[in-house]
Design a protein around this ligand. Structure first.
Ligand code: AQP
Length: 329
């Protein structure tokens, strides 16, 4: 079986629809066909300032959302990044494999550092830690959204560079970025990525939004002055985004949806999409809240996941340390 691996940061109370469609839906599908590893990236979270109590709580909330969305601990290894300290060990080695200019060219670093007064060194070295998270487990595919493409490309380069210098050590992974759903846009500003640091909360759909609030956001989504429901991301970004979301949640191809809504008004599409989103996300919300009632059970599952992940990580670090000339203890 091929192996898949991906992670999500624990930086918000709720994951958003971009995370759900760009990442979680793929995770759930891939665990059926792949040897699967999914983790909560709490170490990446502290590249910007976090409140400790909130970080702890959000880590568990994120695990609960993984499970509620359908990631099955019987099929997937689910763990918390900081539970496997080998990630930092490999990260250091990969930081020493990465050029300063290479890290400075990352658009995420440029965007995030431009928005802040205080920029941590961790924000710059983020992609080396991400490469470590990935290369540690030798995955064949890494399902992520479009925004992570550049980091994944760097990961592949680092793997090749290391293999070239020290002999074949790492698998060079493929990016699993599905064409249409790779980027979900803000409902109020359909040219901007849906993101938890969105300019307006009305444009951000959270998995844990109350059904009424969720429906309202869809109904007030920004479209355009035209009236034709058509898929044209360049000229009709708002409507196209709604069609993409509809397609991802229903499993229907976009063409079929366009045909179904032929001659209808934008309002029809918005109402139908609001219903579909509530139908899809309400059970995830309810299940998440149930799971959060029993944090001990979540912690138990995470301990099992950490053991399974660490068994692989220990071996990788041994191999890497041998290759780079670190004396065995
Ligand atoms: N809008 C999106 N469309 C598709 N996929 C997305 N992802 C994030 N936003 C979208 C994918 O979700 C996974 C987890 O990403 P993350 O933990 O790095 O979350 P994030 O990118 O920090 O989320 P935000 O909301 O985008 O954060 P800020 O506002 O801090 O930039 C990844 O696979 C990502 O591609």
């Amino acid at each position: 079986r091929l192996r898949t691996l991906s992670g999500i940061q624990a930086t918000s109370d709720s994951l958003h629809l971009g995370n759900y469609i760009g990442a979680l839906q793929q995770f759930v599908e891939q665990q059926e066909t792949h040897d699967a590893f999914f983790f909560i990236a709490n170490m990446h979270a502290i590249t910007v300032e976090q409140d400790p109590a909130l970080l702890r709580e959000r880590t568990l909330r994120t695990v609960a959302q993984f499970l509620a969305a359908g990631i099955d601990p019987e099929k997937s290894t689910i763990f918390v990044q900081s539970h496997v300290p080998e990630h930092t060990q490999l990260s250091w080695v990969l930081e020493c494999t990465t050029g300063l200019g290479e890290a400075q060219r990352m658009t995420q670093f440029k965007d995030k550092s431009a928005k802040r007064e205080k920029v941590s060194l961790g924000l710059l070295t983020y992609p080396a830690l991400m490469a470590a998270d990935i290369l540690m487990y030798h995955p064949d595919v890494v399902p992520v959204g479009e925004d992570q493409r550049q980091h994944l490309e760097l990961t592949r380069n680092l793997a090749e560079r290391f293999n070239h210098r020290y002999g074949r050590t790492f698998t060079v992974p493929e990016a699993g970025i599905p064409k249409e759903t790779a980027k979900i846009y803000d409902l109020q500003d359909p040219t901007a990525k849906m993101s938890k640091s969105a300019a307006s909360p009305a444009g951000l759909i959270n998995i844990l939004d109350e059904p009424k609030a969720l429906a309202k956001k869809f109904k007030s989504a920004v479209t355009d002055n035209d009236t034709v429901i058509a898929y044209d991301p360049e000229r009709k970004p708002g409507v196209s985004n709604l069609l993409t979301i509809y397609s991802s949640l229903s499993g229907q191809p976009i063409d079929a949806i366009v045909t179904e809504f032929d001659g209808k008004m934008y309002g029809h599409l918005k109402v139908a999409l609001a219903d579909l989103a509530v139908e899809t996300l309400s059970p995830v919300r309810e299940r998440t809240l149930e799971l959060l009632d029993d944090p001990a059970e979540l912690e138990r599952l995470l301990a099992i996941g950490a053991d399974a992940a660490q068994a692989i990580a220990e071996q990788t670090i041994k191999d890497v340390y041998d290759r780079i000339g670190f004396l065995r203890r």
